[in-house]
Design a binder for this molecule. Structure first.
Ligand SMILES: [Zn+2]
Length: 484
């Protein structure tokens, strides 16, 4: 009998809500009785799914910034998630979790060096947590282009997951993975998820009320008869946000558990996951992808650059925000290289390796001295450290959530402005150069269509607020790890 297998992939992620000055999440009234949405979703989703061992049964990725919060907030649930994945890794030599590029940046909109940083940081974060390298990587919003796929492949990633409409084909077979040939040579495997079943899981709660019925009525009929007759194995992948299971839809953690614990096997279906499937079923067909497409915007990636029907409001604030932050990122990079290059001959490598400091794997002083081309004074080390922290904030300003919704006047876009103010502030403390005038001039044109709030107002407010804390970080003598 040929194998008919399936996997459910959960993309677990939330917008970063931490205040960069305090590292804490402000009180969010809508999340009551919890302090904030992270805590509420932890109780409704991450914790019950971990208790049910669902993280050993599904394919999943957890955004690094969310994982970092979870590790501090609930180390027990965090460790359960890791352990459940590791049990598969030990058993099969391939785990069921995949990595995610670090800051949920829309990668086709990022510079080449940012694409590399985001990928390298995502891989390092995964390695740090799971104790083995990732085989697959989730691309934020599944936004893709060939350059991104080439970077993934060059860094050892074997596969990713995309929406079916991201394939350049009208008759895509959703029961097998494909190989995408890359421009500079090499290739990467893509699992295109099943469109109808993924939509049913995500948006039709009645379909997932009963796991036995779902297996029999929804899932089983989607395998291809002609393949079964020819003894060909088939693999169907269903994808949704992970928070669906318990948060967006109550009790669906139970649905997952029942579906994967017995409901599917009763109708003759095997539970697998992409990495494991590839071990015995290498992709045999090749396909091309449609560049600059995504899973949550049907207008390519317009949702994160300007106007499209996904957010039917005046979207000019989005393009202006993108422009302003691109300009700022370029200016911050110039300042970084001007400051660091005379002392460190490979400033790009230093920036890429900084993730190991962020993860606590190496002391920042050790990393800098390893990479310095001369003996540095403590003040020089201090300046480089501040510039690296500035670069870390500079990566955060491109978090996709800043552009996802229809209005500028809400927490996610305001947070990216907060991160921008913090990046400028740190660079100013390190170098004396103040990039805020140009940033303010650009951000003045980013205006909320709903309330008239302007981005330069948010920037000013955050920037003046941060000056209050500057005395604590303005000299290397004030301690090497201040709250910055
Ligand atoms: Zn759209």
């Amino acid at each position: 009998m040929p194998t008919q297998a399936f996997s459910i992939h959960g993309h677990f992620y939330q917008p970063p809500r931490e205040d960069p000055l305090t590292g804490l999440i402000p009180q969010e009234i809508g999340a009551a009785p919890y302090n904030n949405w992270n805590e509420r979703i932890l109780e409704e989703c991450y914790l019950p799914n971990a208790r049910l061992q669902n993280f050993s049964k599904i394919s999943f990725n957890v955004g690094p910034t969310l994982f970092s919060w979870l590790q501090t907030q609930d180390p027990i649930t965090y460790q359960q998630i890791i352990n459940q994945e590791r049990s598969n890794y030990k058993k099969h030599g391939v785990g069921n979790a995949i990595a995610q590029s670090y800051n949920h940046t829309i990668l086709p909109l990022a510079s080449s060096s940012d694409k590399i940083i985001q990928t390298m940081w995502g891989i390092a974060d995964f390695n740090h947590r799971f104790g083995h390298p990732p085989r697959g990587m989730w691309l934020p919003e599944t936004a893709v282009d060939y350059e991104v796929l080439s970077i993934l492949s060059n860094l050892g990633i074997e596969y990713t997951i995309l929406a079916p409409w991201q394939a350049e084909a009208d008759n895509l077979d959703p029961t097998e993975p494909y190989r995408v040939l890359l421009p500079g040579g090499g290739s990467i495997v893509v699992f295109f998820y099943h469109r109808d079943l993924s939509t049913r899981i995500s948006f039709s709660p009645e379909a997932t009320a009963n796991a036995d019925l779902f297996a029999e009525v929804e899932l089983a009929p989607n395998y291809k008869n002609h393949k079964a007759k020819n003894s060909q194995d088939q693999f169907i992948l269903l994808v949704s946000d992970g928070e669906l299971y318990g948060h967006h839809q109550p009790f669906r953690e139970q649905f997952l558990s029942q579906l994967l614990d017995g409901a599917s096997s009763t109708v003759g279906l095997d539970s697998s996951y992409p990495g494991l499937w590839l071990e015995t079923h290498p992709a045999t067909k090749t396909i091309r992808i449609r560049e600059r497409t995504s899973w949550s915007c049907h207008h390519g990636i317009a949702r994160w650059t300007g106007e499209c029907a996904c957010t039917p409001q005046d979207g000019r604030w989005k393009s202006r925000l993108r422009y302003s932050l691109n300009q700022l990122a370029t200016a911050l990079d110039s300042l970084y290289f001007d400051t660091v290059y005379p002392l460190i001959s490979k400033p790009r490598t230093l920036r890429e390796r900084y993730i190991h400091v962020m993860l606590g794997e190496i002391e920042v002083r050790q990393l800098i001295s390893e990479m310095a081309n001369q003996t540095l004074t403590s003040e020089q080390v201090w300046r480089i450290y501040l510039m690296l922290e500035s670069q870390r904030e500079r990566q955060r300003i491109f978090t996709s959530c800043g552009w996802f919704f229809e209005d500028f006047d809400r927490i996610e876009p305001k947070n990216v402005i907060t991160y921008a103010a913090q990046a400028v502030r740190l660079a100013r403390i390190a170098t004396g150069d103040d990039l805020s005038s140009q940033a303010l001039a650009d951000l003045r044109h980013v205006v909320s269509p709903m309330t008239g709030l302007r981005a330069d107002q948010v920037f000013s407010q955050q920037f003046s607020r941060t000056w209050e804390a500057e005395e604590h970080v303005s000299s290397p003598g004030s301690g090497f790890h201040p709250k910055i």
